[in-house]
Design a protein around this ligand. Sequence first.
Ligand code: HEM
Length: 427
Amino acid sequence: MHEQTSTPAADGTPPQGPTLFDWEFATDPYPAYAWLREHSPVHRTKLPSGVEAWLVTRYADARQALADQRLSKNPAHHAEPAHAKGKTGIPGERKAELMTHLLNIDPPDHTRLRRLVSKAFTPRRVAEFTPRVQEITDQLIDRIVEKAGDAERGEADLIHEFAFPLPIYAICEMLGVPREDQDDFRDWAGMMIRHGGGPRGGVARSVKQIRTYLGELIHRKRDDLGNDLISDLIRASDHGDHLTEAEATAMAFILLFAGFETTVNLIGNGLHALFVNPDQRARLQDSLAAGERSLLETGVEELLRYDGPVELATWRFATEPLTLGGQEIAVGDPVLVVLAAADRDPARFADPDTLDLSRSDNQHLGYGHGIHYCLGAPLARLEGQTALASLLTRLPDLELAVPPTDLRWRGGLIMRGLRTLPVRFTP
Ligand code: HEM
């Protein structure tokens, strides 16, 4: 299997099997995606877990699939025989008690739960976070600069020292995790991300710690409601909106899960794209120095399109037979919508492989589409914009400390991002 190259061979051999999803593929999946879009846009493949699934890589098909109600998010609709379940790598199949969250359910439960939590993500609510996100960002940069001391050139790993802690502290604030507990939270979340993949060993332990902690926090907050999301969830359930404690815990967990590694990778992938596209980076720095924000705003959207954190918009399962991109999808078949491939589709985007921070016609699928469209998008935008603007303004000569080809990527079925991002700068 490993003799196969991760990119299509000259004779047009389809890239498939494990090599589609190993770390080599993760380094640059785009040639393989281009091949798939052109030759096999709805492509049946065997995933590393052995499960067979359809990969959807064209923009038009992807958008259609994301909005198609016949494609369920509930893993119970997966046709795979029961004995194979639990080994599929499908999120939710093993962690039954955390299953009842937005990304694993369909209407009407989805509609009810999403309505409850969507109040927390209105532009006004998110705008209230602006000063705190800026403060967290500034503190992280302060720490990086202080560590450099009197050295002529400072060094840092921007994944571990910056991209990783920023969203975790932001989500803690949003949920209402007290400051004194936030470092524990950061460490458990770190275990989740470092080990990646299935819920074994350290990952299982950290998931359990987070779940137990969230359960206790919900209990504590019942007697001490505040201006945070967990308090909102409790209030909503007390007003007859029917939210079980298991649902509340699962909700808090999915906010952490959906909002954490995604944002780490938005910042990491985004910085990487700027480092390897120095002209675009210079444009952004000039515009920031002139006190403008519009290039920053379109730029963060473009970074999401160009090299977004989410490869595949998680799973969907056919509840009825359907035709997608000319392929017959059978009931129970898993469908993976490859957002990163759709967002480079030349049929939708002009010069899709070019990073253009001022791209205006940019309806990318980085946040998904349809009823599961990313709830946290306003928060992610705030974090992404604050992170990039602050770093490039305070450390304007920031540069990669290793050649780009030495960087290692963490691939997976859902997320793609850098393991480390070593940089140098003048403190
Ligand atoms: C859903 C991407 C940040 C919370 C989604 C989906 C995508 C996505 C693609 C749709 C998945 C699907 O249809 O299967 C991203 C990206 C982010 C980001 C690229 C960062 C750059 C966040 C943040 C939060 C969050 C910061 C919250 C703190 C959610 C939730 C859902 C979701 C709760 C499920 C919505 C539903 O099923 O109704 N996100 N996300 N995300 N995201 Fe995000």
